[in-house]
Design a protein around this ligand. Structure first.
Ligand code: FUC
Length: 763
């Protein structure tokens, strides 16, 4: 790569091979030994029984996930499969979340192991999961390695060291639980399996299983294989009793007969046969082979990106995660914990969104209830989109595919529901705010929902440059949604176009030309035009869309210098509502930027400050942001917007706010209640602080706060155009960077305040 910066700011380009995956694996492996603090969540006590969602730790293989409590005498593993939903096919109406109607995502079940530690007799649980009546365990530690996806609990009791390992394998499609002890014959206890839907469990000496059918005729089944060395095992009611085993391995699979296909009535093959096949195949492999296949699979995704920011003191790094979170919330610095949050979002995405499967919902694969908040659904006025904000930029494009597949599968029922709501002649489709997996639409119409989905459909092309995907999948979707708006836009007497009867979620009146709608439609048209220009097709329709885009009623600056939320200048400067829908154009949209529309960008800053209760009368801080603005997803959204507005300190404060007010001990984000969007969103927002590519240039560390500026590096982040970027900085200045593309080409780069055109390196 040519070094084009002058004088003292000359950059040291190192056209080396991308070593990110190798480096990451090395870090991941060192995390196994407990040294890479940012890739490990760990605790000195089990999760409390009454704080399952706050304290248990999540595993997931994209399809099947569980929460592991790390309990000593009683270990609870509560698990889910992505497709266990109540509700009727193609529902279109109210938000009825029972057995029928819209339905809800459901808890699959619990695996509980009651242990008799060492040679002790029956144990009784205390609320904390500690055993009573036997010796207090020593050296207890439970940890989740978010590089390898392995949960491990270790402790010593009655002089015996116990080790419990767990992971959810994508390659083998089973969850694996492994129990060993430092002394032969030390494992005695009872394992039970309980269906979350009241199916009856059957036990044999080899395992446990249940199968059932939901009132909506969705079939579900689960089976557990019980493998052991030494000791004796007996089926006992709904469980298995085991005595004096040397080691145990449990293989678990759970499935439904869901099929993401409207024409098939959303139902496919009976799940039992596949479960049996998968368990038999997994059982034929040694444990080590299962584990290494799992680690290789996960690190092949997660290892594409490394991140180092700031420097956290070794004594802080040595503290358990909950202690660090508490300390952080008291105002102490811990940039490594912030880096953990970044990695955690990627870990959770790879754990809950894999090709061929469903996208991540509000609680991901870690819902524990049959009546979860907002049905644990696909909420499309911010939440499901935010779940995917880090997918492309942090180099997990395949994890974005389930969202796109979901959109594809939803088109047919949404077309029908859209015609019913907006007239039989309507072309295209949109959706209500809540969606389920059976083509169901619930709650109020979110009229620009499909335009927002279209952004995701487009971004997958923009980042990957996959031409087949563009032609076969993205382009037809984008065009159809443009047609929806072509039919729906209302022409005012002066020729401008407004979206009729819109609503700025979830805020203000219903009326024409709401800025959120206008911005989303602008974004849709812009994306359509880019998608059509790339292969040079549909010139006539391109001209039509370009004309409509130019006539859209534009953004407006209001009486207090703010970016208006509505056509009428009624914004209240004291409004701290959680949504910032009228700033979509800043992020995730690209209509407003400092370089292209500076006046509007300045107005967006005024609006964003007001929403965060920043009146300029005291320093901006986490405490400035109050009330409804403290939500799982508000911080990440505002963080990404501040990053786009090149306000690194404020972006950093948003990261701090999320970790201070809306993060649980297991680092799950908390709306409240627990909601995954914040986890995924903060990963995308942090990526935006480090690298941007939305405004025709690649900007390297455009917006980092002082604690990160001291020094840091990243590798493997992606820029639109299929560029892979790495950079290193010190004292706020980039000291070296590399941009790679499959075929070297020219690219505009913004670095250390200068914009230059340089040639990229090859991959
Ligand atoms: C939207 C938000 C709420 C919540 C819900 C799941 O309706 O306004 O804050 O996140 O989704």
């Amino acid at each position: 790569m040519t070094d084009t910066l002058p004088g003292r700011e000359r950059l040291q380009h190192k056209p080396t091979r991308n070593l990110a995956p190798i480096l990451f694996l090395a870090i991941a492996l060192s995390a196994l030994s407990g040294s890479a603090a940012e890739l490990t969540l760990w605790y000195r006590q089990p999760a409390s029984n009454d704080k399952h969602l706050e304290e248990s730790l999540p595993l997931g293989n994209g399809r099947m996930g569980c929460m592991v409590s790390g309990g000593i005498a009683r270990e609870r593993i509560q698990f889910n499969e992505q497709s266990l939903w109540s509700g009727d096919n193609n529902w279109d109406g109210d938000y009825e979340c029972g057995d029928h109607g819209f339905g809800a995502y459901r808890n699959f079940g619990d695996l509980v192991i009651a242990w008799n530690a060492g040679a002790a007799e029956a144990v009784v649980d205390s609320p904390s999961g500690h055993a009573q009546g036997i010796s207090t365990p020593a050296d207890y530690r439970r940890e989740l390695n978010i590089a390898t996806g392995i949960h491990r609990t270790t402790f010593t009791q009655n002089g015996v060291r116990f080790t419990r390992q767990a992971f959810s394998s994508h390659p083998d499609q089973v969850m694996v639980f492994r129990y060993t002890a430092g002394k032969p014959g030390a494992l005695t206890g009872r394992i039970t399996l309980r269906s979350g839907q009241e199916a009856e469990t059957r036990a044999t000496g080899h395992g446990l299983s249940f199968a059932g059918e939901m009132p909506n005729k969705l079939k579900y089944a689960c089976a557990v294989r019980f493998l052991h060395t030494g000791g004796a095992v007996a089926a006992e009611g709904d469980g298995i009793a085991f005595v004096h085993c040397d080691d145990l391995t449990l293989l678990v699979d759970a499935r439904t007969n869901y099929k993401p296909d409207y024409d098939a009535g959303w139902r496919g093959a009976d799940p039992l046969r596949l479960i049996e096949n998968e368990l038999a195949a997994a059982q034929a492999k040694p444990y080590d082979a299962l584990q290494s296949a799992h680690v290789a699979d996960l690190t092949s995704l997660l290892g594409r990106v490394t991140l180092e920011i700031g420097a956290t003191a070794p004594d802080v790094l040595a503290m358990p995660t909950d202690t660090r979170l508490k300390r952080y919330g008291e105002g102490h610095a811990d940039t490594a914990l912030e880096a953990t949050m970044f990695h955690y979002g990627r870990y959770l995405l790879a754990g809950s969104s894999r090709p061929g499967g469903l996208p991540a919902n509000l609680q991901g694969l870690w819902n524990d209830s049959n009546g979860p908040p907002w049905a644990s659904d696909y909420h499309n006025n911010i939440n499901v989109q935010m779940n995917y904000w880090g997918a492309e930029s942090t180099n997990l494009p395949e994890c974005h595919v389930p969202l796109i597949d979901f959109v594809v599968a939803a088109q047919k029922p949404c077309r029908i529901a859209t015609r019913k709501a907006f007239g039989e002649k309507t072309r295209g489709w949109t959706a209500r705010t809540s969606q389920n997996i059976f083509g169901g639409n619930g709650w109020q119409w979110n009229i620009p929902a499909s335009a927002w989905y279209a952004q995701h459909v487009f971004e997958h092309w923009a980042f990957t440059q996959d031409k087949d995907y563009l032609a076969m999948t993205a382009y037809p979707i984008l065009k159809e949604i443009c047609e929806y708006w072509e039919d729906r836009l209302k022409r005012l007497p002066d020729g401008t176009l407004v979206a009729p009867n819109g609503w700025s979620p979830e805020h203000g009146p219903r009326e024409d030309g709401v800025m959120h709608d206008q911005q989303l439609i602008w974004d849709l048209f812009e994306n359509y035009l880019d998608a059509a220009r790339a292969p040079g097709i549909d010139a006539g329709y391109q001209a039509k869309v370009a004309d409509m885009q130019s006539r859209l009623a534009p953004n407006k600056i209001g009486r207090w210098g703010q970016l208006q939320e509505w056509q009428t200048d009624r914004d209240d400067p004291n409004d701290t509502h959680r949504h910032t829908s009228h700033l979509f154009a800043v992020y995730p949209g690209r209509q407003i930027s400092l370089s292209r529309t500076p006046a509007l960008a300045r107005a967006a800053i005024v609006s964003l400050k007001a929403r965060s209760n920043d009146r300029g009368d005291r320093p901006f801080g986490v405490d400035t942001t109050i009330g409804d603005s403290r939500r799982s997803w508000t911080w990440p959204w505002r963080c990404a917007m501040w990053a786009r507005l090149r306000e690194g300190e404020r972006a950093g404060i948003m990261v701090r706010g999320l970790l201070t007010y809306n993060t649980l001990d297991n680092l799950f984000c908390n709306h409240p209640p627990f909601q995954m969007d914040g986890n995924f969103g903060i990963t995308g927002a942090i990526a935006e602080m480090l690298l941007q590519s939305h405004a025709g240039e690649i900007a390297i560390i455009p917006a980092i706060p002082t604690p990160w500026a001291a020094g840091g590096s990243f590798r493997g982040l992606k820029a639109r155009g299929n560029f892979t970027v790495e950079a290193r900085w010190k004292d706020g200045k980039v000291t070296d960077f590399a941009i790679r593309a499959p075929v070297p080409r020219q690219v505009k780069v913004r670095v250390n305040g200068e914009v230059k055109t340089i040639a990229t390196a090859g991959e």
